[in-house]
Design a binder for this molecule. Sequence first.
Ligand code: AVJ
Length: 314
Amino acid sequence: MDINTIMPNTESLQRIEIIEGLSQPSAQISPKYFYDTKGCELFEAITLLPEYYLTRTEQSIMASYSEQIAQAVGKDQTIIELGAGSCEKVRRLFHSIKPAKFIAVDIASDFLVESVRNLRQEFPEIDIRPVVADLTSDVILPEDLPMGKRLVFYPGSSIGNFDRQDALALLTRIRRLIDVDGALLIGVDLRKNSAILEAAYDDAAGVTAAFNLNVLNHINRLIASDFKLTQWRHLAIFNTDESRIEMHLEAIEDTQVSWPDGKRYFKTGEKIHTENSYKYTPEVFMDLLTQGGFKHSQMWTDENGLFAVMLARP
Ligand code: AVJ
């Protein structure tokens, strides 16, 4: 497959970044490392959980307003999906929007290649290409991709993983990927009461716990460390001041973790911060879009105001 393998973040840079995160007084691992093949599968399972309302609500908004969205977006676009994963969300858009081209961008290359293979079979009339990229730096698109009529699709509230400054930087980079006739269609999870949020990130079946713990297996492979999953437990809390869900892994016993030329001790109760998932009010997110260089935006939401889909234009 003609996979674009130009990865701005090379393996050795990733190693340095991971070890740096683990060595800080408050240890952290970037949420982008959740997504090895097992992590992608676990995330897919999360999207089907009763407590995880995000995916289902976004899909119902997009289904309810598909006509309006299609009308606003127009036909023959080049859809560029950031964090395409299984490409399941964009499949639904294909029927209403009928794009000419589709670029699936994701960090998880094996999973992406497989999704694109299936999608090409189903939509032979669309020019579909995979691009492996890490959204924390510039996304390098195929050189022959036309500049006009680009629709960047960033669903799932993945923007929530970035703090205000990084989210703004990403919106600014997205703005530079499109021309004046382009647009951004983005899913944003809205702020709501803590109980609903915490249940969504700590489900009864323990799938989110398995997803969070699995990052340690991935890290063990990436830096040859020796994390033992049985020594850690999953935590999810809503930080109201920061308006974000935080996921952590907490050591349930004193432990030492080693990797080639380094190690770290963790005392019982010490935590590794693995994810932030920011929750926005519509006003705050619209303001961020404006700061990112988008002037016009439209918003669709569900009847309970859980989630928003926004279309932003230069
Ligand atoms: C893919 C970043 C949108 O924050 O809800 C799901 C990831 N983490 N359950 C989110 C996630 C725990 C998800 N995003």
